[in-house]
Design a protein around this ligand. Structure first.
Ligand code: GUN
Ligand code: ZN
Length: 429
């Protein structure tokens, strides 16, 4: 494909809005342009300057629309696509009642492929161009995930979950099969196209110490892969971990013991960590996935976002479907804002978008490839309509700044605001 331009109101990050003032951490151009060639952004600037340098170039023009990097959802479960909106349970009962039965069906590769199709269509419709997904225990569920992503040329991370206890027999592997299957999946998918493998011990309660040992070993043996798991989401879960691992200092300490903390480790939730656990997580260089709409929906608790970002822990934003109640990163940012409010802190809109794109990319160690509009970045770009609903248009008509518009979109926006989506420079929706 020859080079082309996306023209509109461009928004890009110029700094981390958590380490300095958010008001100066971005560049906004009311008539900007992004030049794309070979699936990458090769140039950004004012439309006037860019078009003068590239006479006759194809221009996809979106007047009065925002152009920014696609959203990055750093913790999601594609097999739980149809578990979304399941009533009335908290974590452990929710897993046993809804999630584990749904995951059993992924032994069938045809079922896995069918759900993966629905899943990728839904994330892209919502402007999410990268996900880090858990698959089920079945290696074929990870194959279906990477096949679906590869078909769309999306940059994704994912992995089969490792679980060898406290779940139905059809969802259990063993320490050895978990190790062997993970190794084979890494060989098959990691670094192929835009795919990255994430070693995925589900969470401490569903793995024996022997299996966590195997997870640590296979992660260590494959530098460049990621590790994802859940930590400290729910009070009952935490008490259970203390019973199952009586010798560990605490929940995070279980993962530390088995070599499952460090750069490239992505811990979901982290709501109820002790002072020691927070300090250890920060010192390890691990990242955190904040899953606000899951935390309210399953009733898990109110994450202390400010506490982590003040300490420069890499943090991203995630839907945690099917615990989460929406595929939309607008809904996810909105709930993050509301949780922060309940904790006496107002999340700045620029910080919210950062978490939903470059912050999540940083958790996945992809911050130099995706999550921003800048030369050298892969061309995963979304076009947002800030007038996609009557009430949003009304609100935006009195907006006083671009930050005001961005905030209105967080509170009132949904999939209708996603006007166009480009993946690696190809328009896919
Ligand atoms: N902890 C272990 N597994 C899961 C899961 O599938 N969803 C959530 N929200 N928490 C978990
Ligand atoms: Zn999860």
């Amino acid at each position: 494909m020859p080079p082309f331009v996306i023209r509109g109101e461009t928004f890009a990050f110029t700094a981390d809005p958590f380490t300095g003032p958010a008001e100066v951490a971005y560049a906004y151009d009311s008539d900007g342009a992004v030049v794309i060639d070979g699936g990458r952004i090769i140039e950004t600037g004012t439309a006037a300057a860019v078009l003068a340098r590239h006479p006759g170039i194809r221009v996809d023009h979106y007047p009065s629309h925002l152009i920014m990097a696609g959203f990055v959802d750093c913790h999601i479960h594609y097999p739980q696509t149809r578990v979304i909106a399941s009533y009335g349970k908290q974590l452990i009962e929710w897993l046993n009642t809804y999630t584990f039965p749904a995951e059993l069906a992924f032994a069938d590769p045809a079922h896995a492929a069918e759900v993966a199709e629905v899943f990728f269509a839904e994330v892209l419709r919502n402007g999410t161009t990268t996900v880090s997904s858990y698959c089920t225990v079945h290696p074929q569920s990870a194959d279906a995930f990477f096949v679906g992503a590869s078909k769309r040329n999306m940059r994704v991370a994912g992995g089969k979950v490792l679980m060898d206890r406290n779940a139905p027999p059809g969802l259990l592997d063993t320490p050895q099969s978990a190790y062997d299957d993970t190794k084979a999946l890494i060989a098959r998918w990691h670094g192929r196209g835009r795919n990255v493998y994430a070693v995925s011990p589900r969470f401490a309660p569903t793995s024996t110490p022997e299996q966590l040992e195997a997870a640590g070993a296979v992660w260590r043996e494959h530098p460049g892969t990621l590790m994802q798991t859940h930590v400290s989401e729910n009070a009952k879960e935490i008490a259970w971990v203390h019973e199952l691992f009586p010798d560990a200092p605490d929940y995070f300490g279980v993962y530390e013991r088995f070599g499952l903390a460090g750069p490239g480790a992505n811990f979901g939730h982290a709501i109820h960590l002790s002072k020691r656990e927070r300090a250890a997580l920060q010192a390890s260089g691990s990242g955190i996935s904040h899953c606000p709409a899951s935390n309210t929906f399953i009733g898990s608790g109110l994450f202390d976002l400010a506490g982590f970002t003040q300490n420069a822990v890499p943090a991203g934003l995630a839907t945690d479907i099917g615990g989460g109640s929406s595929f939309s990163m607008f809904a996810t940012m909105r709930t993050a804002y509301e949780i922060a409010q309940l904790r006496g802190h107002s999340l700045h809109p620029v910080q919210a978008y950062y978490l939903a794109s470059l912050g999540s990319a940083r958790v996945l160690r992809m911050e130099h490839q995706i999550g921003n509009l800048a030369p050298g970045y892969e061309a995963d770009v979304i076009v947002l309509d800030p007038r996609s609903r009557p009430i949003l248009a009304e609100r935006v008509s009195v907006a006083r700044s671009i930050e005001d518009v961005l905030f209105a979109l967080i509170i009132l926006g949904d999939d209708r605001a996603v006007k166009a989506v480009y993946v690696a420079g190809e328009k896919v929706g």
